[in-house]
Design a binder for this molecule. Sequence first.
Ligand SMILES: Nc1ncnc2c1ncn2[C@@H]1O[C@H](COP(=O)(O)OP(=O)(O)O)[C@@H](O)[C@H]1O
Ligand code: SF4
Ligand SMILES: [Mg+2]
Length: 391
Amino acid sequence: MINKKDSKKKIKRANYLSASQSLNIARHNRKMMRHFEKRNNRKNVPESEYLAEMKKPGNVVEFDDLHTYFFTDAGTVKAVDGVSFDVPLGKTVGVVGESGCGKSVTSLSLMQILQRPIGQIVSGSIRFDTGSKVYDIAKMPSEKMQKIRGNNISMIFQEPMTSLNPVFRIGTQVDEIIKLHNPEMDKEEIKARTIEMLEMVSIANCEGVYRMYPHELSGGMRQRVMIAMSLACSPRLIIADEPTTALDVTIQAQILDLLRNLKDKINSSIMLITHDLGVIAEMADYVVVMYAGRIVEKGTANEIFNHPSHPYTIGLMASKPSVNKRVERLYSIPGKVPNPINMPDYCYFRDRCEKRFGRCDGPYPNEYNLSPTHSTHCYLYADDQEERQDG
Ligand SMILES: Nc1ncnc2c1ncn2[C@@H]1O[C@H](COP(=O)(O)OP(=O)(O)O)[C@@H](O)[C@H]1O
Ligand code: SF4
Ligand SMILES: [Mg+2]
């Protein structure tokens, strides 16, 4: 039996909120959500308010100091807290980091499909080049976003079963998407195009699969169907969020092969989100490493894999299984990600970092450039080396 004294102690340790704290949080949340929802739901907003210009013409997407928060009962979760990176045209950018570090929220912000009203883009820009115009999606009212979603950007999710409708045949579902993007096509043409798409993603027996229901297909086949659907609108950008995580290893390799081949054929950019550096190594031209809502390192794939610099990236590399290496036990980075509601004001990785030194007790480190394309937020690379040694 737990006595009263013990349970009181436990409550204190668990850091429960008092009634007045909860009330304050609820009041603050209501105010914030009302403010942002009013912004999102505005009607007849002149286009000039969300038209933008790319900083670099070769980019499809530019995230610029993006902040996306969730206003929860326990407090504000700063899921994405000042993220900046580019997705160049025709390239694959891998976004990697442990679970919960803000990868999905970054892409959901870009699609404007955050769980509202609690999830909101609070500040920053997401510039997206549609080919004819550049929009700042962070400023775009919800009603305008529908056209971009599906027409210019498509998304492949981790679990295709949740995205396919179980009560309709595969053919009907792909036809529907083709029809949406090609209203001038008749029934025959639509079906022919659907079969062509299914062939493109290397589905054998396309005619048979056309008549099947999702539950009759394996996970790998369902993922191929999802990829076919995502290509139907010839998107400028494909977001693939853990596209192979639910699949077993051989199927994973096949799906990655497929994505790689398709990318060359369709000339889209891919934003590939995964916790698995192995997947990134197979696919990415550029790599963005996220930790606790921020980017800790970014660079070309070559720079990140051959010269990983941030201790977190080095830890991720060490915890990646390899077929050529015999190890007794896989390395895992010790410690936990800090509580997203109360982030510290020093380097977020400090409490897990084996390389920490005096200066790391200072404020969150700035971005230090290691090459024109490679940068990291870590005091080990601070410009003034002397100060580092002093610390
Ligand atoms: N709907 C939500 N409500 C509250 N918090 C959320 C919600 N979605 C995501 N978060 C929080 O945002 C942070 C980032 O989540 P996410 O982007 O999904 O991580 P991942 O890198 O695994 O994709 C996590 O701390 C998560 O708990
Ligand atoms: S700033 Fe210090 S604590 Fe943070 S990652 Fe670099 S060495 Fe480690
Ligand atoms: Mg995720």
